[in-house]
Design a protein around this ligand. Structure first.
Ligand SMILES: Cc1ncc(C[n+]2csc(CCOP(=O)(O)OP(=O)(O)O)c2C)c(N)n1
Ligand SMILES: [Mg+2]
Length: 553
């Protein structure tokens, strides 16, 4: 049984969970795209390659893996920032590029889109992927495809496949079932010793706390984490990257810890804990309230995906899931009443559990908007928030059950969320998909609003129009933070057949929400807020960034 190289690749993509391929054509990739159209993988055309990469990333965060394809050099290099984001944030994305025929590669023919050395794009992608290949040897193609896809799924990072135009239809043996990466294994002796050390520390503690973060989500370890909670009764906080690790109305969930930017109870509860167990944490600036979190090493167990640090001891071959399940078995259950637990559902910043009285004529403010919208989000929603004032406030909003929260919180490339919304909504068209995006970020990638409408997706987009780059204004303000003023709410009509709403007051917001809730079309709700109106946490972040970038004392 034989197939073609393109056929082999497409069969594999479908097998590992890629039902949709985002892309933009170009002559070198047309042969491959012809095969995509014949395959079981659905093609979704985007307006540009950067958005194709962002869409594949958003898709992967829902579906487990995503892919996009572009043409050589001009196409793929526009997408490289999207792949860099996926690399930084551990998202398995497959970047496929159609490249010139092998003879041109060998001879360096002066073809369009070339840069002299034909390998330049490949070498650039090698820096931001965990495996990259040029399929220039038919007899090796199948093995290479499998090697690269395995690395993508195993390491949860992007990979790169360059497919020369003349290789697309080259014969190739039909694929045998794909060998998925097995579950990671801990070193049994290390695991035993680490569990014993952790047991002593945690059982002795009176006020332990768990912090669940990014890797618990990225590696799908929520079940093990829930078991640990159930068996110990410990309260837990998340950091921004760990948002919605479990349902946020969980009685042990006490909120989003971000150092000095956390509410008082939470800050004190974490910082006065006598034992802190961080699970899958990314201790980056944005995730730690500008490095203002306090995790005293002598009280802290920092369990990462493959290594665990207890006080000053490092165990380098422990898989996080084994560690959590091991602890769930050996830790004593503490009395809930002794643990000082004030659930987020009763205390976090924007939450549906607080009564909201609409003052119809009142000008909407940033905080009142998030207070109101907290009860608009449905269970099982996908909530996407853009770097900027939106991310800070959306992350401080209590989410209903089964919500998936998406933000590029670590890498922070603005414009990401428009593509990511296209990708996430493509992966789960029946889920309520909400995007919170700033005017400045939206201007970077907004064209793909039209792609959402073209493929009948109906996310609701809240566009915060605060007249420019507020997140930059809170660091230091000058005219470079101003942007052209657009009538954003008119774009759904320009780009397709969606609905637009222009909101200045609380009454207008109510009207817009009512209509959007009933609409089966894409809705864009433009929210006008003041230039400097944003959360206290963002203001504090701005001041910290001004200090670290030497812009203020
Ligand atoms: C691709 C990219 N370019 C520039 C930046 C720097 N940057 C970070 S946030 C931001 C402005 C965001 O403005 P907006 O989306 O309007 O958010 P808000 O005003 O609500 O804070 C800029 C320019 C970036 N993070 N990514
Ligand atoms: Mg703005």
């Amino acid at each position: 049984m034989t197939t073609t190289i393109a056929g082999y690749l497409l069969t594999r993509l479908k097998e590992i969970g890629v039902d949709h391929l985002f892309g933009v054509p170009g002559d070198f990739v047309l042969g491959f795209f012809n095969q995509v159209l014949e395959s079981q993988v659905n093609y979704v055309g985007t307006c540009n390659e950067l958005n194709a990469a962002y869409a594949a990333d958003g898709y992967a965060r829902i579906q487990g893996v995503g892919a996009f394809a572009t043409t050589y050099s001009v196409g793929e290099l526009s997408a490289i920032n999207g792949i860099a984001g996926a690399f930084a944030e551990n998202i398995p994305v497959i970047a496929i590029t159609g490249v010139p025929a092998t003879v041109n590669f060998e001879q360096g023919t002066l073809l369009h889109h070339t840069l002299g050395d034909y390998r330049i794009p490949l070498e650039m992608f090698e820096k931001v992927t965990v495996a990259a290949t040029l399929l220039n040897r038919p007899e090796k193609a199948a093995e290479e495809i499998d090697r690269v896809l395995y690395a993508c799924l195993d390491l949860k990072k992007p990979v790169y496949i360059a497919l020369p135009a003349d290789m697309v239809m080259q014969p190739c043996h039909a694929p045998k079932p794909f060998k998925f990466p097995p579950k990671k294994k801990s070193d049994p002796a290390q695991l035993k010793e680490a569990l014993e050390e952790a047991r002593q520390m945690l059982n002795q503690a009176k006020k332990p706390i768990l912090i669940a973060d990014d890797q618990v989500i990225r590696y799908g370890l929520q079940k093990a984490f829930a078991k640990l909670l159930e068996k110990t009764n410990y309260p837990y906080a998340t950091m921004m990257l760990g948002k919605t690790v479990l349902d946020e109305d969980h009685p042990q969930f006490i909120g989003q810890y971000q150092g000095i930017r956390s509410r008082d109870y939470l800050k004190n509860r974490v910082e006065n804990a006598d034992a802190i167990l961080i699970l899958g944490g990314v201790l980056s600036d944005l995730n730690t309230g500008g490095f203002s979190t306090h995790f005293d090493p002598i009280k802290t167990i920092n369990a990462n995906i493959f290594s665990t640090r207890i006080k000053h001891h490092v165990y380098d071959r422990i898989y996080l899931e084994d560690f959590m399940l091991g602890l769930a078995q050996i830790l004593q259950k503490k009395e809930k009443s002794s643990l000082d637990i004030h659930p987020a559902i009763e205390g976090c910043t924007h939450r549906r559990t607080m009564k909201f009285h609409v003052e119809k004529e009142k000008k909407i403010t940033h905080a009142r908007f998030f207070d109101r919208v907290s009860s608009f989000i449905e269970e099982n929603a996908i909530v996407i928030a853009e770097t900027g004032s939106s991310l800070f406030s959306a992350s401080e909003t209590l989410m209903p059950k089964n919500t998936t929260f998406i933000g590029q919180t670590f890498y922070g490339s603005i414009g990401y969320t428009v593509g990511a919304t296209l990708g996430a909504a493509t992966a789960a068209p029946k889920r309520q998909t909400l995007l919170f995006v700033g005017d400045g970020s939206f201007q970077v990638t907004c064209q793909d609003l039209s792609t959402m409408m073209r493929y009948n997706l109906n996310p609701i987009i809240f566009l915060i129009n605060n007249d420019g780059y507020t997140i930059e204004r809170v660091i230091i303000d000058n005219t470079y933070n101003d942007i052209a003023s657009w009538k954003y709410h008119k774009l759904p009509g320009v780009f397709g057949d969606g609905l637009g709403f222009d909101v200045y007051t609380e009454g207008e917001l109510e009207e817009a929400l009512k209509k959007a809730a009933k609409s089966d079309k894409l809705c864009l709700i433009e929210i006008h807020t003041d230039k400097m109106d944003c959360s206290p946490s963002l203001k504090a972040a701005g001041e910290a960034m001004a200090r670290s970038n030497k812009l203020s004392a």
